[in-house]
Design a protein around this ligand. Sequence first.
Ligand SMILES: Cc1cc2nc3c(=O)[nH]c(=O)nc-3n(C[C@H](O)[C@H](O)[C@H](O)COP(=O)(O)OP(=O)(O)OC[C@H]3O[C@@H](n4cnc5c(N)ncnc54)[C@H](O)[C@@H]3O)c2cc1C
Ligand SMILES: NC(=O)c1ccc[n+]([C@@H]2O[C@H](COP(=O)([O-])OP(=O)(O)OC[C@H]3O[C@@H](n4cnc5c(N)ncnc54)[C@H](O)[C@@H]3O)[C@@H](O)[C@H]2O)c1
Length: 473
Amino acid sequence: MAESTVDHSWDVIVIGAGPVGENAADRARKAGLTVAIVEKHLVGGECSFYACSPSKALLRPVLVTHASQRVQGSEGARVDRDGVLARRDSWIDNLSDKGAVGWLDSAGIDLVRGTARLAGERRVEVEGRVYEARHAVIVATGTAPLVPDLPGLRDANPWTNRDATTSPRVPERLVVLGGGPVACELAVVFAAIGSEVTIVEQEDRLLGRMERFAAEAVAAGLREQGVRIRTGAAATKVTRPGQGGEVTVDLDNGESVVADEILVAVGRVPNTADLGLDSVGVATDEKGYLPVTERMEVKGAVGDEPWLYAVGDVNGIALLTHMGKYQGRACGDLVGARATGRPVDPASMTPWAEGLGTVQVVWTDPEVAATGLTEEQARERGIRVRVVEVPMDSAAGSGLQAEGYQGRARMVVDEDKGTMVGATLVGQDVAELVHPATVAIVGEVPLRTLWHAVPAFPSMSEIWLRLLEEYGI
Ligand SMILES: Cc1cc2nc3c(=O)[nH]c(=O)nc-3n(C[C@H](O)[C@H](O)[C@H](O)COP(=O)(O)OP(=O)(O)OC[C@H]3O[C@@H](n4cnc5c(N)ncnc54)[C@H](O)[C@@H]3O)c2cc1C
Ligand SMILES: NC(=O)c1ccc[n+]([C@@H]2O[C@H](COP(=O)([O-])OP(=O)(O)OC[C@H]3O[C@@H](n4cnc5c(N)ncnc54)[C@H](O)[C@@H]3O)[C@@H](O)[C@H]2O)c1
């Protein structure tokens, strides 16, 4: 493409202003490069407006109410439906991205509004204008909800995460397709604010990527909260005769579920269609994700030097904000170093810790906080594994946190190295307990050294001491 056709040039162009694109852009800018970020909808992305932030804003009042009801002397808290929805509206700023745009401005990152496509090496086209990236293009376009090809489903105009996290309406009966984190978290919310919720999951369990005992505890909690769970049941047909009217989901076991709204939460599809990948010689994998090297360089891109990168959900490595942001930071630093001729430091400019497994918290009641590898993943990697488990109430702090505290902690140990490679905690308020385990895993801290990291009494952190004692230290 001739230089004269270029409308503007920056050192770096980031496509997609979700949390991951923002982080990559920020690090490249901090390296002294000029940076533009292209966004077709809201700066802040799916995470800020339709996913992490609204779902957690909705969940917090519910979880804190449940928690207070478990503490003698503080009974009487109740969920205020309108207050819950108002808190959500405030967190998503009524779908205004003014705050995030202000941040881009303060960070010195230029915003280009519109839908971007690649248009050859180092070229990005946005609504008919062609821009040049002198050094790098970073794709951070994220994912969209997957709506499967189920007879009648699309015609039923189902809710996706976008509707469920922004709706001012609370359906009387809600059927949720899928039993992953989206389904479980939103089931907690809607059950608490007045819906009769049914989850339909085709596998024999919820939360398929987590330890089975954790999924079972979440299922038991959901049932206690009034949620009906149909596992091992695949939907075969959806019928909704009137727009917005009653919806019926037929299952392959002959049963059917009738509801007033249907939420589809069966996973994601990457936003890579119509991204102009042909123009740069790139093919996606069979699910549509962008294949990348360990340095987030898109495989197969034309050109002699690396210039095209993909970070966050769109590369399919880990569909989690924090893991994507980690990739984004490393990628922004790498692009900055390469562009300015500074040495490339693999220890900080490669997101190598992903290889140790991801950390994830699911904010159900009970919560699940997991880091590193599950027992199964560790065995699959050929690690000589020992699994240690203790009840959460073996830490005195748990009993003080809630009367009759229920929960379980599991540590997965690499017996050859004498280090922790994974941990899963299930129980109320475990989300903030998991980070020390991530530090121990990433730092490969020997269990014998961890024994000297003394947890305060009577905190729930003593669970780490109980696990080490159970191991035999
Ligand atoms: C209901 C729900 C709850 C979740 N909760 C959590 C949680 O608690 N913790 C967690 O870690 N993860 C959570 N996730 C996952 C998390 O939302 C994603 O991992 C995260 O949003 C990925 O960030 P991203 O920047 O890669 O993509 P996104 O947030 O999807 O942002 C991509 C951006 O790119 C823009 N874009 C796309 N194509 C183009 C184009 N061609 N041109 C210009 N712009 C474009 C989009 O408009 C969007 O703004 C949740 C997901 C869901 C659905
Ligand atoms: N707290 C968090 O960290 C958090 C919260 C929400 C979402 N997320 C992330 O967002 C991503 C998307 O989450 P998700 O829950 O949509 O997807 P998921 O892939 O994690 O789970 C989808 C579930 O739907 C089931 N399923 C698939 N097709 C089905 C069908 N036709 N009928 C019934 N069940 C079906 C699958 O077996 C699976 O259990 C995940 O990677 C998740 O980790 C994270």
